[in-house]
Design a protein around this ligand. Sequence first.
Ligand SMILES: *Cc1c(COP(=O)(O)O)cnc(C)c1O
Length: 400
Amino acid sequence: MSHDPSHPATTQIHHPYTAPEGFESPVVPVYKGSTVYFPTVADLRARQWVDKSAYTYGLHGTPTTFTLEARLATLEHAMHVLLAPSGLSVITVVDMALLSQGDTVLFPDNVYFPNRDFTRHELARWGIGHAVYDAMDVDSLAAALTPEVKLVWLEAPGSVTLEFPDLTGLIARIRAKAPQAVIALDNTWGAGLAFNPFEMRGEDGKLVGVDLTVHALTKYPSGGGDVLMGSIACRDTALYERLAWTHSRLGLGVGANDVEMVLRAMPSLSLRYATQDAAARRIAAWAQGQGGVRRVLHPALPSSPGHAHWARLCKAAAGLVTLEMDPSLAPERVDAFVDGLQCFRIGWSWGGPVSLAVPYQAKGMRKLSTPYEGVLVRLCIGLESVDDLIADLEKGLRRL
Ligand SMILES: *Cc1c(COP(=O)(O)O)cnc(C)c1O
């Protein structure tokens, strides 16, 4: 190709994988090997697992896994990528690589819950402290930035409640007050398509970026609701090496068959994401003002918390919408509303072809104060006809 195509739809299809001569086709073969051969003992001794030009041991990767790493690096505008068996496992690798006894990790109150749970139950036993900040209040984060803070988690938007934080404002505060801290973003929602977390322009026009991102490839990249996988992406080679050593010592490999499934889904990622984004926006706009719904949470709605931050940074908004139900509705009635939906299935995770609904009790969801009451119904929009999804919700709300 003579020009430099940079749209993710193009880069996820045309990528410099080279097939063995005479065997060119769109697919990347599934290379597997736990045992791998070396031509001589000297080769066996000389090869280093950080060198990806040849096998060292199956756990350290094959040409199939290296290809997915390279595609994800392109998508995320990063230099280095690591793969692990789930989205949660990449979060725990980051924690274990970067934190030692006496350190503190910070996360937003609306963080993906298992991230907080790992810290509370596992890291706490190793003498690692934590504190929670309000993602929508830069001062709340600044107050928590002590010299012990070595890692700060960001998430955009917040889990379930979908508030979009002032990412560049939060990062600027961390850089100013806690330069020793690594800044990590859970970018599962953005999927490498909504914004570039390594280069964001602050309100003052300055470029800021996170140090690393993690993705649950389980969601949009896999796109099928059938694979669990996670990735870590970063630009800095020294940081990559710290992460890669811990990742390697923990023995976290991914299966080449699972990687192949993600590789097959990557060329349609940007199409699926755009379709689910458009559908979610239509459903969010429709749901506003419907009986039984107090408020609709979706970053592209001007009434949703953090909308201005989203609008400044993002080109897209993924496929999640949360309905804050009328707090006077008994939780059992909201459960019955969800039970009665036909197109929306009841289930965890998101990013696949099937729309999903899960009710959450607002009470007890947050540690800090929260404006939410009653029940929040999180909808993840799949690939069905939007008219059918709206008709399904409309019937359900009428039953309410
Ligand atoms: C799903 C999810 C994870 C964890 O991914 P798994 O593959 O299910 O472990 C992490 N972060 C976010 C934001 C998620 O939505």
